[in-house]
Ligand binder design. Structure first.
Ligand code: ADP
Ligand code: ZN
Length: 755
C-alpha cells in the first residue's frame, strides 16, 4: 500500500491536499512536520496533518512530496490537533489557522530558501541578530549530598537557588572566583549553563529583584489548593477565579504556575493587552526570573522567532501574551491562565475570528491541562458555565490589603444638574468640586470618557445636518490636533473642517459633544496648576502608553484623562478619585451585550480608585442613573448584576442561553451584497434545522454600521439553543458562499462578539 499524506498549505483555502509519500521518505514524514510540495506550479511549504495507508481515489494521480523539511515536527501533536479543531469550529481554512501558529520565517516563501541552498534541511536562515551572547547559570532540581559543598560553590548555589537563573558575569561581581564555582557545580549536575543573547526586550530592561511570596489569605489558599489538586490529578479541569479587583488573583496565578512548573509542565498566560501590563510581567519576573516568553507586537520578527523556538523546545516554559498566545507551542502544556477573561479583546475580529478564552478551555481540555479564567466582573458566558457545572468557581471576596476598602460610588444625573464651575455643562459641579478637593489633598484623579478626539460630531446649527464620512455611515469626529481636522474613526479618513455646511451652505457648523482632547483642555483650563495628561489611541500606543502610566505612578501627573486605556488593571496607588464623564455613551450601543460591557467598564474603572490605604471615590455622570448597570456598579454588586442580566438574556433568548453564528456580507455594490445575503438566508432556512425552526434565521438585514470603507454591509444571524443544529445549519449556509457573486465578501463569525 502506498503511503498518502494530508498536507495543509498556508493559503486561505478551506481544505488540505493529499500527496503521495515516496518510499524513501516514508520513515521521516510525520504529522506536524513541514514538507516541500508542488502546489499548482509552485513549490510551497506545507504542514503534514496526517498520514494514512491507502490508494488514491480512482482516476486521481497524486503528486509526490518533494522533500521533508523538518526531522522533528515543527508543531507539537497536541497543538496541531488543537489547530485542526479550531479550524473546524470556526469554519476557518486550516491554512489560515496554521498561519496564526507558525512564525513568518517558518512558513516563508520557499524559493527564497531554495535560492540560498538551505532546503531541504532545518531552517538555519534566521541568523541570530546582535550576536553578543552571555553565559547564564541556572540551578537544577538535583540535590547535593549533605555537607558535600563548601566555600564559594555553596554560596553561589545558594544565591542561584534563591534567584533562579543569573548571568555568570553578575555572579563574578559578588564572588571573585564564581566561574570555577559554577564549573564545579555544573560537573556535579547542580547547575546548568547556557550561552545566549540577553533579552533586549523592553519588558526585560530593568532588573527585577526576586520577591518573597506573601502568605496567602484564606480564600487564596482555598483557591490554590483546588488548582494544585487539579494539577496533581493531571486531568483537564477548568476554573473561574472570581475576585474583586485587588483581591489577589495575580498571586493565585503565580502559585498555579509554580505548581505547574514543579510538575515539569509549561503554562500559557493570556492578558487583554500585553503592552499595558508591564507591571504584571514584572511580577512574573520577580517570581520566576527572566526565563519567560513575553509575546508582544514590539518584537522584531527575528526575536519573535527565537522566542517561539525557545518555547517549542521547552527552554522556556511560560509564555505570556495577548490572545495569540493561545497558539504558543508550549511543550507539555499543563496550565492556561486567562486574566480579565471578560475582556472583549480576546475575540479576534478579523481573519480567523477565534475567541481566545473559549479556545483556552478547548486546548486545556484536550491537553489534559488546567484552565483558570480570572475576573472581577466575569462574562455571562463563564458564569453560565459555572451554573452548568462546566467551570468550578473559586472566589476571592475581599481585597488583599485589609485597609483597602471598595470606593464609594455616587451618580450625578446630567439632566438635573446644571453647568459646572467650568462653564462646561459636561463637567458637573459635584465632579468639579471633587477634583478640586482631591488635588488639594495631593492625590490623583482619573477621568474616563470613551470618546477620542475633541468633539464627537460636527453639526450644522442651521439645518441640523451632521457631517458624516463619505465611505462609512458614521459621524465624523473633530480633532483639534494639526490645526483642526475631521476624522472618521472607522476608515481613518481625515480632512479639513469646511467653512460651511455641505447641505445648506450656511456657515454655521458647530462642534457637539465631548471627546478626550476637549476634556483634557477643559480640565487644564479649570485647574491651571494641575499637571494634566491624556491617554488614548491618538497619543499613545504600547510603549508610549506605558511611559504615561509610569509618570502617573511616579506622581508626575495629577489628572489623567483617557479612554478604555485608563480602565485596565493598573495598580496606581495614589488615585483617590475616578470620574466617569458619560456612562451612557458606553451603555447605549446597539448590542445585546451593551449593558454587560458597560457594567464591566464601570466596575473596572471604579477599581482604579483607592487601592491602598486611602479610600477612593467614584462619580458617575449619566442621564439615566436608574439603569441597572449603573445601579449595580454603584453598589459594587457584581452578583446581583449577573443575576439581573442573566434573567434578561434568558428572556430574550440571547447568549449564553443560545448560540449564534453571524454571516457578514459586504460589497461595494449595495444590491449585490443584499442579494448575496438573501441567498445565504435562504440556504439556512431550507436546511433541515432551519425548516424545523430549531435554528432561527434572522435577516438578511443591514448591519448596524450599514456602510464601511465604501462597502455596503448586510448580515444574516443564525440562532439556536442546540449547538449541533446550529453548526449543521451554518455549514449548509456556508456551502452557498463559493457560488455567490465574486464581488461579494462573506465572513462566517461563529459566536460573534461585536454585533
Ligand atoms: P488582583 O490581581 O486580584 O487585582 P493582586 O494580586 O494584584 O490582585 O493583589 C493586590 C495587591 O495585594 C498586590 O499589591 C499584591 O501584592 C497584594 N497581595 C496579594 N495577595 C496578598 C497576600 N496574600 N498578602 C499580602 N498582600 C497580598
Ligand atoms: Zn469612514
Amino acid at each position: 500500500m502506498p503511503l498518502l499524506c494530508e498536507v495543509a498549505v498556508p493559503v486561505p483555502l478551506a481544505r488540505a491536499f493529499s500527496y503521495e509519500v515516496p518510499p524513501a521518505l516514508a520513515a521521516s514524514v510525520r504529522p506536524g512536520a513541514r514538507v516541500l510540495v508542488e502546489f499548482g506550479r509552485k513549490k510551497v511549504l506545507g504542514v503534514v496533518l496526517a498520514t494514512s495507508e491507502g490508494a488514491a481515489p480512482e482516476g486521481v494521480r497524486l503528486k509526490p512530496i518533494t522533500a521533508v523539511v523538518d526531522p522533528e515536527p515543527v508543531l507539537p501533536p497536541e497543538l496541531l490537533s488543537f489547530l485542526r479543531e479550531l479550524s473546524s469550529y470556526y469554519f476557518a481554512p486550516i491554512g489560515e489557522v496554521l498561519r496564526l501558529a507558525l512564525p513568518a520565517v517558518e512558513r516563508e516563501d520557499v524559493r527564497a530558501l531554495e535560492a540560498q541552498g538551505e532546503l531541504p534541511g532545518t531552517l538555519s536562515r534566521v541568523k541570530q541578530v546582535g550576536g553578543r551572547k552571555i553565559a547564564y547559570a541556572r540551578p537544577t532540581d538535583v540535590v547535593e549530598e549533605p555537607g558535600g559543598l563548601r566555600g564559594q560553590a555553596a554560596s553561589v548555589l545558594a544565591l542561584l537557588r534563591s534567584n533562579g537563573e543569573m548571568p555568570i558575569a553578575r555572579l563574578e561581581e559578588k564572588f571573585g572566583n564564581a566561574r570555577a564555582a559554577v564549573k564545579k557545580l555544573a560537573s556535579l549536575g547542580l547547575v546548568v549553563t547556557e550561552e545566549r543573547e540577553p533579552p533586549r526586550d523592553a519588558f526585560f530592561v530593568r532588573p527585577e529583584p526576586r520577591d518573597e511570596p506573601p502568605e496567602l489569605n484564606e480564600a487564596q489558599s482555598a483557591a490554590e489548593a483546588r488548582i494544585e489538586a487539579a494539577l496533581e490529578e493531571a486531568k483537564s479541569s477548568a476554573f473561574l477565579l472570581f475576585g474583586v479587583t485587588g483581591s489577589g488573583k495575580t498571586e493565585v496565578y503565580l502559585r498555579a504556575i509554580a505548581g505547574c512548573l514543579a510538575r515539569g509542565r509549561g503554562a500559557i498566560v493570556m492578558v487583554p493587552e500585553i503592552a499595558l501590563t508591564p507591571q504584571l510581567v514584572a511580577r512574573f519576573r520577580a517570581r520566576f526570573g527572566d526565563d519567560l516568553a513575553v509575546l508582544h507586537s514590539g518584537l522584531s520578527e527575528a526575536d519573535r522567532h527565537a522566542m517561539w523556538k525557545r518555547v517549542r523546545t521547552g527552554a522556556v516554559r511560560v509564555a505570556i501574551g495577548a490572545r495569540s498566545a493561545i497558539f504558543a507551542p508550549v511543550a507539555n502544556l499543563g496550565l492556561i491562565l486567562v486574566d480579565e477573561e471578560h475582556d472583549g479583546s480576546f475575540k479576534q475580529e478579523e481573519g480567523v475570528r477565534y475567541h481566545a478564552r473559549d479556545m483556552a478551555l478547548l486546548r486545556a481540555h484536550r491537553a489534559a491541562a488546567v484552565a483558570v479564567l480570572g475576573s472581577a466582573t466575569p462574562s455571562l458566558e463563564s458564569v453560565h458555565l459555572v451554573r452548568q457545572g462546566k467551570l468550578a468557581e473559586l472566589r476571592l471576596p475581599d481585597r488583599a490589603h485589609r485597609e483597602a476598602t471598595l470606593p464609594e460610588v455616587t451618580t450625578v444625573d446630567l439632566r438635573r444638574i446644571g453647568p459646572g464651575a467650568t462653564g462646561n455643562k459636561l463637567i458637573s459641579l459635584p465632579l468639579h468640586r471633587a477634583i478640586e478637593k482631591t488635588l488639594a489633598a495631593g492625590e490623583q484623579v482619573i477621568l474616563f470618557l470613551n470618546r477620542r478626539g475633541f468633539a464627537p460630531s460636527v453639526v450644522c446649527e442651521s439645518c441640523g445636518h451632521v457631517a458624516t464620512c463619505l465611505a462609512c455611515s458614521v459621524a465624523l469626529t473633530f480633532h483639534r490636533a494639526r490645526g483642526g481636522r475631521m476624522r472618521c474613526h472607522y476608515c481613518d479618513w481625515e480632512g479639513p473642517m469646511p467653512a460651511a455646511c455641505s447641505e445648506c451652505r450656511a456657515p454655521s457648523l458647530a462642534l457637539e459633544g465631548l471627546g478626550t482632547e476637549r476634556l483634557e483642555e477643559t480640565i487644564a483650563e479649570a485647574f491651571p496648576t494641575a499637571r494634566v495628561a491624556r491617554l488614548d489611541r491618538d497619543v499613545a500606543d504600547g510603549a508610549k502608553a506605558e511611559a504615561i502610566l509610569a509618570k502617573m505612578r511616579a506622581g508626575e501627573i495629577d489628572v489623567l484623562v483617557g479612554t478604555q486605556m485608563v480602565t485596565k488593571g493598573h495598580d496606581l496607588g495614589n488615585v483617590t478619585l475616578v470620574g466617569v464623564l458619560n456612562a451612557d455613551a458606553a451603555l447605549s450601543l446597539p448590542d445585546f451585550r451593551a449593558s454587560e460591557r458597560g457594567f464591566q467598564l464601570l466596575v473596572q474603572v471604579a477599581g482604579r480608585a483607592g487601592r491602598r490605604d486611602r479610600p477612593g471615590r467614584v462619580i458617575i455622570q449619566t442621564r439615566n442613573p436608574e439603569q441597572p448597570a449603573v445601579q449595580f456598579a454603584k453598589r459594587h454588586d457584581v452578583n446581583a448584576f449577573l443575576e439581573h442580566e442573566l434573567a434578561d438574556r434568558a428572556e430574550v433568548g440571547y447568549p449564553p442561553f443560545s448560540r449564534l453564528s453571524l454571516f457578514r456580507v459586504d460589497a461595494l455594490d449595495e444590491e449585490a451584497a443584499r442579494r448575496a445575503a438573501g441567498v445565504i438566508a435562504a440556504h439556512a432556512k431550507t436546511s433541515p434545522e432551519g425548516q424545523s425552526r430549531v435554528v432561527e434565521v434572522l435577516g438578511p438585514a443591514a448591519a448596524p454600521l450599514a456602510r464601511l470603507r465604501g462597502r455596503y454591509r448586510f448580515r444574516v444571524l443564525l440562532r439556536s439553543k442546540d449547538r449541533r443544529a446550529l453548526r449543521a445549519a451554518t455549514a449548509v449556509a456556508a456551502a452557498a458562499i463559493p457560488e455567490l457573486d465574486r464581488r461579494v465578501r462573506v465572513v462566517v463569525d461563529v459566536d460573534p462578539v461585536a454585533m
